[in-house]
Design a protein around this ligand. Structure first.
Ligand code: NAD
Ligand code: WQD
Length: 332
């Protein structure tokens, strides 16, 4: 298929570009580089052996979206583009609503007008709010605790209404758990600007000696070692989940939500220790207060992804840390 990847220069988008291309799809990457860098195109070229097609632009630009969809005769869109920092969304809710909700509506209007009615959307396990039971399946009640989460939930609902309005639409909402790791080559990965918000990039920078110590947010949770438990998933597994979702969308219309997680939870200390193994030295950490809004545990029931997509995560936590470290060593 000819597939447009909005946010294709980002962390998950760039890995998905590789997986899609290696599975025979023609990909067009679209990005405004608000949270990525043009150098990712050089690195994708090294991995793929050819330079992927790239269009620089903003999903909020209707005319440009329509032009790109028509010019490349796009058959499906994988929609990654958006802002993703929970804390920043609390400070700047309007920017998040504009980018993530208005941007998606603009994209959908252009898709409708170009008669492209297949979309795979980057949703998030954040739509489950505070878990009422574990593991989280797709029927778990939905709720949100911050503007970022609200944008994911709203877009899911917008897609549901769109599918109800026209039986030709296919919308697959992939609810990601905690994507980490990097491509095996060490050429692409996650290298956030400034101080990382998420655990893995923070651990990676401490391991590289760029930051002093990992701050562990609380060790008094109701978990085996008292630190928070999450479902970390290798970004390459996640990317392959999109290849399976694209195949599914070719034969299925309507709306569906599907978890992409491993089904296994690891604690913050498990992560630090696995990373120590990967980098070959100890990683200093200190226990500090809980972070507001964090839950004790959160992990997926990934059964639906297996049943509908034939997809299952294959990488281990050690792989995730090893590949993250390969990439980290290449970062300036
Ligand atoms: P990322 O920031 O690395 O990638 C997003 C890309 O979208 C960036 O390259 C950015 O420049 C681009 N972008 C942002 N706004 C744009 C706009 N208006 N027009 C064009 N391009 C724009 O983030 P990621 O980790 O790759 O996440 C991809 C998607 O997955 C996001 O929608 C995110 O909310 C969602 N998600 C991420 C995680 C995670 O932990 N990484 C978890 C669940 C869901
Ligand atoms: C993981 C664990 C922290 C940093 C977030 C978003 C979620 C989704 C994925 C997009 C927790 C602990 C963290 C640190 C720590 N994104 N931690 N020290 O919070 O599970 O999920 O990213 O959709 O919406 O909320 O991920 O990596 O921030 O935290 O101890 O410096 O690590 O308390 O237990 P989280 P995270």
């Amino acid at each position: 298929m000819r597939i447009l990847l909005t946010g294709g220069a980002g962390f998950i988008g760039s890995h998905t570009a590789v997986a899609m291309a290696q599975n025979g799809h023609e990909v067009v990457l679209f990005d405004n580089f608000t949270n990525s860098d043009p150098s990712v195109l050089d690195r994708l070229e090294k991995i793929l052996g050819f330079r992927p097609i790239f269009e620089e632009g903003d999903i909020r630009n209707y005319a440009q979206m329509l032009d790109v969809l028509k010019r490349y005769q796009i058959e499906a869109v994988v929609h990654f583009a958006g802002l993703k920092a929970v804390g920043e969304s609390v400070e700047k809710p309007l920017e998040y609503f504009d980018n993530n909700i208005t941007g998606t509506i603009t994209l959908l209007r252009a898709m409708k007008d170009a008669n492209v009615k297949r979309i795979i959307f980057s949703s998030s396990a954040t739509v489950y709010g505070t878990p009422q039971y574990l593991p989280l399946d797709e029927n778990h009640p939905l709720s949100v605790t911050n503007p970022y989460g609200r944008t994911k939930l709203h877009v899911e609902e917008i897609l549901k209404d769109l599918c109800a309005s026209d039986p030709q639409w296919s919308a697959v909402c992939l609810r990601y758990f905690n994507p980490i790791g990097a491509h095996e080559s060490g050429l692409i990965g996650e290298n956030p600007r400034g101080i990382p918000n998420n655990l893995l990039p923070y651990v990676a920078r401490v391991a590289a000696g760029k930051m002093k110590a990992v701050r562990v947010f609380g060790n008094d949770y109701d978990t085996p070692d008292g630190t928070g438990v999450r479902d970390y998933i290798h970004v390459v597994d996640l990317a392959e989940g999109h290849v399976c979702a694209a195949a599914y969308s070719q034969t299925h219309t309507g709306w569906i939500a599907i978890n992409l997680g491993t089904g296994t939870g690891y604690s913050v200390l498990d992560i630090i220790h696995a990373y120590e193994k990967a980098c070959g030295h100890s990683i200093p950490y200190e226990i500090v207060a809980r972070r507001a809004g964090d839950v004790a545990s959160n992990y997926a029931n990934p059964q639906r992804a297996f049943e509908l997509l034939g997809w299952k995560a294959r990488y281990t936590l050690d792989d995730m840390c090893k590949h993250s470290w390969n990439f980290q060593k290449n970062c300036e």
